[in-house]
Design a protein around this ligand. Sequence first.
Ligand code: KIV
Ligand code: ZN
Length: 514
Amino acid sequence: MSNNNIIIFDTTLRDGEQSLKASLTVKEKLQIALALERLGVDVMEVGFPVSSAGDFESVQTIARHIKNSRVAALSRAVPKDIDAAYEALKVAEAFRIHTFIASSALHVEAKLKRSFDDVVEMAVAAVKRARSYTDDVEFSCEDAGRTGIDNICCIVEAAINAGATTINIPDTVGFCLPNEYGNIIHQVMNRVPNIDKAIVSVHCHNDLGMATANSLMAVQNGARQIECTINGIGERAGNTALEEVVMAIKTRQAFMGVNTRINTQEIHRVSQMISQLCNMPIQPNKAIVGSNAFAHSSGIHQDGMLKNKNTYEIMSPETIGLKKEKLNLTARSGRAAVKGHMADMGYTESDYDLDKLYDAFLQLADKKGQVFDYDLEALAFIDMQQGDEDRLSLDVITTQLISGLPASAFVQVELDGVRQSATSQGGNGPVDATYNAIMNIVGMELKMSHYNLTAKGEGAEALGQVDIVVEYEGRKFHGVGLATDIVESSARALIHAINAIYRSQKVANLKPKK
Ligand code: KIV
Ligand code: ZN
């Protein structure tokens, strides 16, 4: 790889996923991994296999399916973590073991309760163990942003001697300012004698809003791998946003003098998918992927744009895959038209189930008349989030609300193929009454920790999307439902969450293989 190529290491499915209110299902993670592969990420870090049977299973599933990106998994600098990472990854076409240990005095003393020398020894042993499984080993010194430069240089040199091929310098708590962080990378590049044997990587958190700036400063000082996530999701204020560093490098290529392999036309679509599946809305003014990122509001700006787009546009919306609106679909549109609209938005048939999508589309077209591309995309996303073997499905809901009186609901579902119904009276409103009826049928006590209603689409024609997080036996589960009616969206969200609970009960019986 030439020296002006920047390796994009995406950690949406590891650092990003660990920050979500409820974890993603294996199916959702695989959908995301396939989308990241199409985006062209060089490396995708997809989990922390030792942490749970579910994480192990998802890393292994992704490792089996991804062919054009290297798949990485995280491990602490301890043998059982490294072994679990290898066991999960070994089915991959190309994989990397990423091992880490903290290096700052604060972490070493307060968290690890060890000496710095012990930490170096553990780092060396971990890298050697990982190298016994693969030639591609990344070592990270956690909290490097607050580690003295002599200690960074010392542990980095030892890790490279032990066989690390990538050295990551994380600003774990997003503490550094751009010049300061750039200087750390400069020192590492100039003071570590064997640094030419490894790629230097950066991993910045955004606590002070510096993650993108810090990553770019690091590149200017010799780093050749950027760790980042889609939409910048991640611990606390998040990680460096992939779309920001990639578009900065592309738009300011003459200044930066480096390139990435990213297919930028996939950015918008992947960003929408992550936002939806991870239940993480994107702020409208978010750089590159916010809904206002390419909108020009003031008269002066609009006038300038009409005269010459370059007046107010430094990159075109098409570069990130935003397409112009086309003719809308109606109930008379055929499967080919639906498939064609999905293809125009960049989806291949492997992303969704055309039969299911077409059925959902017809039901919606009957209710709404015109179906817009964003409706179709929302239906496809919902389909991606449904399991293949859902035990519970919704048949009928009727609710009654007479002002001044408690609400009531009648719900009919199918549970394991058997039709069941319940009536609930005395709810705080129709949604509450519907939820009580569903919970009576499944016999589960669920605590609702989050309920959010969003309009998908525009104006009175918009669909209502409900996202909920429920707690069951100490774990959190995400459910999402989409319909023209908000009681139905709410019911669908609860049924989605209950199916996730059923699935997790199945996964809990799986154990990581030793
Ligand atoms: O922020 C951090 O330090 C990390 C490491 C595990 C790389 O995520
Ligand atoms: Zn991190």
